[in-house]
Design a binder for this molecule. Sequence first.
Ligand SMILES: [Cu+2]
Length: 341
Amino acid sequence: MALTGCEVAPPEGLAKVLDMGWPDPITPEGTQLYNFWVWTWVAAWIIGIIMWGLFLTVIFKWNDKKRAKEGAGEFPKQLQYNVPLELGLTILPIIIVMTLFFFTVQAQTQTTALDKDPKVTVDVTGYQWNWKFGYAKVDGDLTGTGADYDGADAERQALADKTKYDPEDAHNANPIHGYSEGDLSYLNFNEIETMGSTEEIPVLVLPTDTPIEFRLASADVNHAFWVPEFLFKRDVYAHPENNQQQRRFQIEKIEKTGAFVGRCAEMCGTYHSMMNFEVRAVTPDQFRDYIQFRTENPQAPNSEALKAIGEEPYATSTHPFVTDRVGTRDGENVNEPNATV
Ligand SMILES: [Cu+2]
């Protein structure tokens, strides 16, 4: 067990042991959850060591064999009905549970709070088995023009809204609380979108040091949006509101630039494990150039926009997978990064 924690040089090494494999967080919310996790383990270890110590002391100091050897009587001195001790052993666990509860609520409240005044709002659509990202709103100081950017695609949204009801003369019209089974009106559509494919991992470009809102929805089954470095995941539902799910969550900021892998964390079918994406955190200046490039070049793919701001054009934290069944039988299921097929 000790050897599995190979990186042991303090202080980073010690943190690696205490965080039990959690990645280093890149958001304030992640840091809060990280600290909660580590300190819960510290408290658990302290209590565990005390309890094991007591068990072992009792087992070895006052066991029957040892007492027989010492020529002591059959029973040791009986110490039941010690009221202060029993009161203490009742109150102490209550204090421990209350302390854990307090820090749980604190971390959870900060993580799920929707008062972070987002400057960028991203629509995330999960589907079997990939992701689509779109920019719904970008604040004026991040657009390059000074004006707020509204990225909703009114035309496609209007088309989606039309799917809400079946024509009344259809067979079994409007079966779900009056809505059509094929209702897609809850999905969000954007002018600038980044869509994953079998050949290309979708790269979601986001600025650092900026509050960001994510709005999640699934086009089919349940998925979950998970960036390990956020130390947070949220289920992605179809009809989130009807399913009593909060589709929005916010982060105060991403604290450093870089490429961070994202994954689907809800078993969603055959290629669930290949449903990866990448968050590419860039500086606010780069992000401004990126949004400008994509609004001015609506036909250009995401990779070109990334190249234009001096970034790697394709995902660097993960790679696409071959998803045809024939090709995966020999275990060679890794695509050449970004090979064109
Ligand atoms: Cu999924």
